[in-house]
Design a protein around this ligand. Structure first.
Ligand SMILES: *Cc1c(COP(=O)(O)O)cnc(C)c1O
Length: 394
């Protein structure tokens, strides 16, 4: 996997490429794996569930201190399940927020009635180890710290190892939303100490949407008994039932599980986390270089750019309109993603899914054509956007 991307076939049936961070473009064989029905109670499906759990644990090195618990629903359901199951009812949480997904965890904790404190870094600054250490030293009541691995709202890759060291040194527990990073970026518990993390079927493993999963220390799973506020989102109960019967507690997304096993097979064939992460990084490099050559600028400095998704400023040129750009890109076969920033107009392009550098070259060339069709002279962002970015990099 050291040379260029593996060949990615064009999507069939005229479907556009999804430059979005999940749902994303999946392989044909992943879609094909859904073309039969399974009885959820049957041995064949129980074996599939066991394979899925084993396959995911293998991605953190098969560490025997951890177990994997899949849970029905989108990623947010799994985040809520993790927070509600592992944070003690009388615990206190430090949330490290720098975007929409960190804010969503704050909102979830409010729903759950868990006491919490927030370090809010705004839209696109990373939380750093020393400020986490200081916050933990200042408040001995904090039991748990939660953080987003890659904040998909800006694309920033948070310094997870540095944060984990600060949390461990202060003797607290770390819970990670690794939704958009796991499978492409390493999360080996031998290197990064955490209690649990969560991800979902339709991000870097490249399955279709329908379930999330928690990977947690077995000691945490044992401790979680009776803690959850929710029947359907109780990770301990799902774990205990799965270990006892091999079954999910309520109707499992059978076709999604079948598709996911094929996605895991392709992930392994690509060289696992290292191979997948390398392809995404090549996608990003191709994309960013091409867009910069057109005059676009990235929100983030090189250091914080993730290989998952990249935020670009909208051009200042009055001939540019995002909705028009979106429609024209879609006509050319690419679904792009609006921005999620509060201060400046932006849009996002994902690097994950069944995309390679050839596709990224085509994306850039389509963007170039869209600009000229719209009569946009320059893709340069407004001076205010660049000034904002300047402040960040100080
Ligand atoms: C995708 C994502 C989620 C979950 O979103 P859903 O829409 O519920 O699947 C949570 N956190 C991050 C960082 C994500 O990228």
């Amino acid at each position: 996997m050291s040379t260029d991307s593996p060949p990615i076939p064009a999507p069939r049936l005229g479907e556009p490429y999804l430059l979005t961070p999940g749902p994303l473009s999946t392989a044909w064989s992943v879609k094909q794996a859904m073309l039969r029905d399974w009885g959820s109670w049957d041995d064949d499906f129980r074996a599939m569930t066991a394979d899925l759990r084993r396959g995911l644990l293998a991605l953190i090195g098969g560490n025997a201190d951890f177990d994997c618990v899949p849970i029905q629903g989108s990623g947010t359901f799994a985040v809520e399940a993790m927070l509600g199951s592992f944070i003690p009812r009388d615990g206190k949480v430090l949330v490290l927020a720098n975007g929409a997904y960190g804010q969503r965890m704050v909102q979830t904790l409010a729903y759950l009635g868990r006491d919490h404190l927030v370090i809010d870094k705004g839209d696109y600054l990373p939380p750093r180890g020393p400020e986490v250490a200081a916050a933990l030293a200042a408040d001995p009541a904090i039991t748990d710290v939660v953080v987003v691995h890659c904040e998909t709202s800006s694309g920033i890759l948070n310094p997870i190892a540095e944060i984990a060291r600060a949390v461990e040194a202060a003797g607290r527990r770390l819970l990670i939303d690794s939704m958009s990073a796991f499978g492409a970026l390493p999360l080996d518990p031998g290197e990064i100490t955490y209690e649990a993390f969560v991800s979902s079927a339709n991000k870097c493993i490249e399955g279709v949407p329908g379930f999330g999963f928690v990977i947690a220390r077995k000691t945490a799973l044992v401790r979680a008994e009776g803690n959850s506020h929710s029947l359907s989102l109780d990770i301990h109960a799902q774990w205990a039932t799965m270990n006892k019967t091999g079954q999910w507690r309520f109707t499992p997304p059978t076709h999604v599980v079948a598709a996911f096993l094929e996605a895991l097979r392709l992930h392994a064939a690509e060289g696992g986390v290292v191979g997948r992460g390398a392809r995404y990084a090549r996608n990003r490099d191709q994309l960013v270089a091409g867009m910069r050559a057109l005059g676009f600028e990235t929100l983030l400095g090189q250091r914080w750019l993730s290989p998952i998704i990249v935020t670009f400023f909208c051009p200042e040129d009055p001939a540019f309109s995002f909705s028009e750009f979106y429609r024209r890109m879609k006509d050319k076969g690419f679904i792009i993603y609006p921005g999620k920033l509060t201060v400046v107009d932006s849009f996002r392009l994902g690097c994950i899914g069944q995309l390679d550098t050839e596709v990224m070259r085509a994306v850039v060339s389509a963007a170039k054509d869209c600009l000229s069709e719209m009569g946009v002279q320059s893709a340069r962002p407004p001076a205010a956007a660049l000034a904002e970015r300047e402040k960040l990099t100080q």
